[in-house]
Design a protein. Structure first.
Length: 393
């Protein structure tokens, strides 16, 4: 399958780290020297992580509680693991059970650090500059769910309880943020990343080693339908943290929405709980010549999501995670897409939040949404989430 514009395989440090995390060995004298230097830095980083963990374990630093159960969703790695769609699915599940749910997040690349209510669930949403792209995306897609951001997650959680009336808080990407006490920690493991290639930052993408899983309650293998078999890494994990409850989830194409409808005030399909046209529009992609771009922590997940539709991807480009491309960036890619013969362009819901407000694309652009499917683990997983929200995990 030809691709006119791929993620670069050489160049920046970030590109090297992603390639190494995907299982490629350093190539050339320059990369091997860099890898050696970073390995030393990783040793120092690991000492710092261990010292911080020990301070909490010994009670020298204490986690603070809020007046409701808190469920943490996090990673051992940087970059995307499919966490956001899972957090949104959990929020919908608990909201539909009658719980007053709030999501608390840092709010990456937003201006300011103080706790900010992105949405109290009633419909009004703060602008991206004050909230960050993912919190805005979650707030717009989750009517009836509050979203609060803040560098101090404990302070943000208190705002969620006291101002928004939350009776359960979902902590987004907070496994390493131990200052906020949790009733349950759910850690996600991306099956698209080979375990053998993992190393601590800055040599690799690991924030913590496998030993950190001893303080988690559950482990979710994400994108299990797209990545590597989990048997070998699960054996290693179980030797370290045998108590973990383990689930497997798949990431599947859900629906296709024209960008102009996605951004239409008051009529956006982004808040739709169900999409009766989703299967039909997805089926229309089979064999269709198209292009795609994204700005995700792990762009390979989007490429493989598109592959599931049977579309012919003729051009693609991965911007950095949370990237806000300029109109010039987008015009350049659309020229490549048109030259390759693409008839439309696919992006993610997150990318839709980061587009320039004045962008007028020359090709039809569609938002491809995804859904999380737990398959045979569904009943067991949602029962686990329900119990965690009651403080019984």
């Amino acid at each position: 399958m030809p691709h006119a514009s791929k993620t670069p395989s050489h160049g920046s440090l970030h590109d090297c780290l992603l390639r190494w995390a995907d299982g490629h060995s350093p190539s050339g004298v320059g990369e091997k020297t860099l890898a050696c230097a970073l390995r030393g830095a990783s040793f120092g980083y690991g000492l710092g992580v261990a010292a911080n963990a020990k301070a909490f374990d010994l009670g020298l630093r204490r986690a603070r509680r809020v007046a409701c159960p808190v469920i943490g969703f996090g990673n051992l790695t940087t970059g995307g693991t499919g966490k956001t769609p899972l957090v949104m699915s959990a929020a919908k599940h608990l909201r539909d059970q009658g719980r007053r749910v709030a999501i608390v997040s840092r709010g990456y690349r937003r201006s300011g650090a103080a706790p900010t209510v992105v949405s109290d669930g009633s419909g009004s949403v703060s602008p991206r500059e004050l909230a960050g792209d993912e919190p805005v995306m979650m707030a717009r897609g989750l009517p009836g769910v509050a979203v609060v951001v803040g560098a101090d997650r404990t302070a943000a959680a208190r705002v969620a309880v006291q101002t928004c009336g939350a009776d359960v808080v979902l902590l987004d990407d907070g496994f390493q943020h131990r200052a906020l006490a949790r009733d349950c920690d759910i850690v996600l493991w991306d099956t698209l990343r080979p375990a053998e290639a993992m190393a601590l930052l800055p040599r690799g993408l690991m924030r913590e080693g496998l030993g950190a899983l001893r303080r988690a309650h559950a482990l979710v293998f994400t994108r299990a339908n797209l990545g590597e078999p989990t048997r070998r890494i699960l054996g290693r994990i179980k030797r370290v943290a045998p108590h973990l409850t383990v689930f497997h989830s798949s990431l599947l194409p859900h629906a296709l929405h024209p960008l102009h409808e996605w951004n239409a005030p008051g009529k956006s399909p982004r808040t739709a709980e169900t999409d009766t046209n989703g299967a039909t529009t997805i089926n229309l992609l089979h064999g269709a010549p198209l292009a795609a771009f994204c700005g995700l922590g792990n762009p390979e997940s989007f490429w493989r999501l598109i592959d599931q539709t049977g579309a012919r991807t003729l051009a693609r480009h991965a911007f950095p995670d949370h990237c806000r491309p300029t109109t010039a960036d987008l015009a350049s890619f659309l020229r490549q897409a048109a030259d390759a013969g693409a008839g439309r362009v696919l992006i993610t819901a997150k990318d839709a939040e980061n587009l320039p407000g004045n962008w007028q694309p020359d090709l039809p652009v569609f938002v491809l949404t995804a859904r999380v499917d737990f398959g045979e683990d569904a009943e067991r997983f949602w029962a686990f989430v329900t119990q965690a929200a009651e403080g019984r995990a």
